[in-house]
Ligand binder design. Structure first.
Ligand SMILES: *[C@@H]1O[C@H](CO)[C@@H](O)[C@H](O)[C@H]1NC(C)=O
Ligand SMILES: *[C@@H]1O[C@H](CO)[C@@H](O)[C@H](O)[C@H]1NC(C)=O
Ligand SMILES: *[C@@H]1O[C@H](CO)[C@@H](O)[C@H](O)[C@H]1NC(C)=O
Length: 177
C-alpha cells in the first residue's frame, strides 16, 4: 500500500514537472523600435545619480572603475524631449572595466504607452560606453514581450554639456511570441 502510493506520487510529480511542446519557429515575431532616452546627469531634475565613487565638481565619473549609477530616464517616441513619453528606462550601470571603457548595464524598459503599457524589456550586458555606437543584449521581457531576446544599439545623438543633457537614440530588434 505504502509502496503503491509512493509510485503514484512519483508519477504525479513526473506529470506536473515535465510538460513540454514543440514551438513553431514561425510563431516568433520580429519587432523593431527606435526610442529616444532623455538623460540629465545633473541639475535639479537629474535622471541619473551616482551612488558610489567620487564626483568631480558635480561631474559624474563614468570613466572611473567601480562607479555605480542609478537611472530613470524618460523615453520619448521622437528626438524632441517634449514628444510623447512612451516608456521609462530604469536600472543601474556600473563602470566594470579597470580602464573605465566598459559599463555593465542592467536596464529595464518599462512601457507606459497604450500599445505596450505594462510590458517590459530587460537590457543587460557590457557597453563600450565611449564608442559612438554601443550594442547591448536584450535578454528577456514580460507582457507583450514574453521570452524576448535580441539586441539594442545606443548612439548619443545630441549633447549639451552646460545642462548635463544628452539624447540617446536606441534601436531595439527583438524576437518574441
Ligand atoms: C528590423 O531591423 C533589422 C536590422 O536593421 C532588419 O534586418 C529587419 O529586417 C527589421 N525587421 C523588421 C520587421 O522591420
Ligand atoms: C525641473 O522640474 C520642475 C518641475 O517639473 C520644473 O518646474 C523646472 O523648470 C525643471 N527645471 C529644469 C532646470 O529643467
Ligand atoms: C537606428 O535607426 C534609425 C532609424 O530609425 C537610423 O537612422 C539609425 O542609423 C539607426 N542606428 C543604428 C546605430 O543602427
Amino acid at each position: 500500500m505504502a509502496t503503491n502510493s509512493i509510485k503514484l506520487s512519483l508519477i504525479f510529480l513526473l506529470t506536473i514537472f515535465i510538460t513540454s511542446k514543440a514551438i513553431l519557429h514561425d510563431q516568433l515575431k520580429e519587432t523593431n523600435m527606435t526610442l529616444y532616452f532623455q538623460d540629465w546627469s545633473g541639475g535639479p531634475n537629474a535622471t541619473v545619480l551616482q551612488i558610489t565613487g567620487h564626483q568631480d565638481h558635480g561631474i559624474l565619473s563614468f570613466a572611473k572603475f567601480g562607479s555605480v549609477f542609478v537611472t530613470d530616464d524618460p523615453i520619448t517616441q521622437a528626438f524632441d524631449k517634449n514628444s510623447a513619453e512612451i516608456a521609462r528606462a530604469q536600472g543601474i550601470y556600473v563602470t566594470s572595466a579597470l580602464d573605465g571603457k566598459i559599463s555593465h548595464v542592467l536596464i529595464s524598459i518599462i512601457f507606459t504607452n497604450n500599445e505596450y503599457k505594462g510590458s517590459t524589456l530587460e537590457i543587460q550586458g557590457a557597453s563600450p560606453q565611449f564608442e559612438r555606437v554601443r550594442e547591448v543584449a536584450i535578454v528577456g521581457g514580460t507582457g507583450k514581450f514574453r521570452l524576448a531576446r535580441g539586441y539594442a544599439t545606443f548612439e548619443t545623438i545630441h549633447f549639451d554639456l552646460a545642462i548635463h543633457y544628452v539624447v540617446i537614440q536606441c534601436n531595439v530588434t527583438i524576437l518574441h511570441y
